[in-house]
Design a protein. Structure first.
Length: 224
């Protein structure tokens, strides 16, 4: 269904289609493609499937060509050349974990780009004192932060990515403590804090447990 309905013919896929399968002209977008890569990896973890493997490799090859900023090596949220483009440190760390943890994708050009850009992403996207991850960053002439909101899912993805970095024990423990102290409470979690560190969202969206669960799984594998 995905290959037949969503594929654009160049290794990428439409982000969304209308209810009658007609195009909405959204084109490819980073986040849906990341979750598709994750689904491909999950499929390959339970069975050999050459078509899925080929689709995954072609997807990552196309992501390198169409989404990686050539100067900084970061993965943009829209294809290169799109208007009003930006990148999100949380997604950089999420992609890094998927690529670094896969025997098939480790060593690919996309993996190499995110490996090289890891320190740059930390420098721009992570507060070095508090360990908080900024939501959205610009690479334009003015650069800097587009949205400094501190979202728990990005914190979880940064922590998970650190478990695969060399000599990361101190950083992992520091970020785990930051996650516990700033984002978790007895009744659940704080979804967002604003730039000043104040809780800015009281609800707990159903998408967040996915990030926490995969983070805890990565930590369990790291600590074992």
């Amino acid at each position: 269904m995905i290959a037949r309905r969503f594929a654009t013919g160049d290794g990428l896929y439409e982000a969304s289609l209308d209810r009658d399968w007609k195009t909405l002209e959204t084109g490819p977008l980073q986040n849906p493609l990341m979750h598709l890569a994750e689904a491909f990896l999950a499929t390959l973890s339970v069975r050999e499937d050459l078509a899925v493997q080929r689709g995954l490799v072609e997807l990552c090859t196309a992501m390198q060509k169409r989404f990686i900023d050539p100067q900084h090596g970061v993965l943009m949220e829209k294809p290169l050349g799109a208007m009003d483009n930006w990148f999100e440190p949380g997604h950089q760390f999420e992609w890094y974990f998927l690529l670094e943890s896969s025997d098939l994708l480790r060593g690919s050009k996309l993996h190499a780009s995110l490996e090289r850009a890891f320190a740059f992403t930390e420098q721009l996207g992570v507060d070095q004192q508090t360990g908080t991850v900024r939501a959205m960053l610009d690479l334009g002439p003015n650069g800097g932060s587009r949205d400094a909101t501190q979202r728990i899912w990005a914190q979880a993805e940064y922590l998970r990515a650190l478990t695969l970095r060399p000599d990361s024990e101190a950083a992992v423990m520091r970020q785990l403590q930051a996650l516990q102290q700033r984002s978790l409470h007895a009744g659940g979690w704080y979804e967002c804090r604003d730039e000043q560190g104040e809780v800015s969202r009281q609800d707990m969206p159903s998408t967040t447990p996915y990030h926490l669960a995969t983070c805890y799984r990565g930590l369990a594998e790291y600590l074992s």
